[in-house]
Design a protein around this ligand. Structure first.
Ligand code: CA
Length: 403
């Protein structure tokens, strides 16, 4: 849940983090223009329910973090392929961790399901994709990043709304100020809610009087389910399923939003991927994120609820697929249409280790492929006579394993 998906794909956002942090120090210096801007925000903040004392307490001595403006303006060099995106987000590691957490939080998840009608695997899948089950929240103090975005760059009006929401959250005492850190664009906590989403949908489910999406897993799981319920989640219904298209099927004009009756899909020769017939009733849209030769899915109303969490179909599919894997489901039957499939996070770490062994200075082995890793990958691809794309796939990994 991050407004930045409109400018870059989510995995790239993660990858860029490491490279851009290095310039944080130089960017955080006093700035008279910022001070003037902040002063000017005091009255509108008051009108938006932020008391003067709150405003002063949290903005006194605040300096801007101009790296968030760099990130706002960043144009990705290349788009991440859907198979790379999925390989990193739905890998064995995340499936195993998710299953363990489903068992650990079984009682809470059952209560959440009872209250909001969203099943445990779906809730845990959102948690896993949004914050790696609470292991990556982002490191930008919200008041600083949203204050900066309120005063510089494009979309200032939008970010001011989020800035004021942040100050109201602090004013209400839901979360301690020093704990309120998140992505550079202001998404925070286990569920990576934006502050305004927090105000609309965060739930106090452990009963301590605070909705704390940073420190209460119980509150976070319930808030995720509340979000999906308000987005139209239908209890007991699937998100959709993988299908098999007949030869020469024309998918032109089809998509998530073009819902057709199951009987119509059946008449056009669509079957479930195991060859069994489609359900007799209901309606669904056809999702093919890599063309009709790649995996194809019929998606129901619940997929739209997942989509609304981040407004990206690739994102919705990652959550949907992870939820199926958490229920014991298999990887997709139809392979992605590529001769060089993507690699998991464990394989990314292995690749980084191999690059270091070959003398490349890429920093830490963290599974995140930043600028240094990309440069090293290009160098190795050149040496091996592969296309020097900087992209990490199975081909390069296999070649480096072989020495
Ligand atoms: Ca609570």
């Amino acid at each position: 849940m991050d407004p930045t998906h409109k400018f870059m794909t989510p995995p790239l956002t993660l990858l860029l983090g490491a490279a851009l942090l290095s310039c944080a120090a130089r960017a955080q210096t006093p700035n008279p223009e910022f001070d003037t801007c902040l002063n000017g925000l005091r009255a509108p903040a008051r009108a938006a329910g932020v008391q003067d004392a709150t405003f002063v307490q949290h903005t006194q001595g605040l300096v801007p973090d101009m790296t968030v403006i760099d990130r706002l303006n960043f144009q990705p060099e290349f788009r991440t392929a859907i198979w790379d995106y999925m390989a990193g987000l739905v890998d064995e590691e995340r499936v195993e961790q998710g299953k363990a957490l489903m068992a650990q939080h079984a009682e809470t998840l059952a209560r959440v399901n009872e209250r909001f009608g969203v099943d445990p695997a779906t809730v845990v899948a959102v948690w896993g994709v949004e914050s790696n089950f609470g292991q990556s929240f982002g490191k930008s103090p919200l008041v600083q990043s949203l204050g900066t975005l309120s005063c510089f760059g494009r979309r200032q009006a939008y970010f001011r709304g989020e800035f004021f929401a942040t100050l109201r959250i602090l004013q209400a005492g839901h979360i301690a100020p020093e704990r309120l850190v998140g992505s550079w664009a202001g998404a925070f906590g286990h569920t990576q809610f934006m502050p305004s989403t927090f105000e609309r949908l965060a739930v106090d489910f452990d009963g301590d009087g605070k909705a704390n999406l940073m420190d209460s897993t119980t509150d976070a799981l319930a808030s995720t389910a509340n979000f999906l319920q308000k987005a139209g989640w239908q209890a007991g219904q699937p998100w959709g399923f993988e299908v098999k298209l007949p030869e020469n099927f024309s998918a032109a004009g089809e998509g998530r939003r073009s819902k057709r009756a199951m009987s119509e899909w059946t008449a056009r020769g669509v079957l479930r991927v195991d060859g069994s017939p489609l359900p007799a009733s209901g309606s669904a849209g056809l999702l093919t994120l890599a063309g009709p030769q790649g995996p194809a899915f019929l998606v129901l109303r619940n997929f739209d609820a997942l989509y609304s969490y981040n407004a990206a179909e690739s994102y919705g599919l990652a959550i949907a697929h992870l939820s199926d894997r958490l229920r014991g489901g298999t990887p997709f039957v139809t392979p992605w249409p590529t001769d060089d499939p993507g690699i998991s996070r464990a394989e990314r770490r292995e690749l980084q280790t191999l690059l270091i062994q070959r003398g490349h200075d890429i920093g830490m082995v963290d599974g995140m492929l930043g600028d240094k890793s990309r440069a090293a990958i290009r160098a190795e691809q050149e040496r091996l006579g592969q296309e020097a794309s900087g992209r990490a796939g199975q081909k390069l990994l296999k070649a480096l394993r072989g020495g």
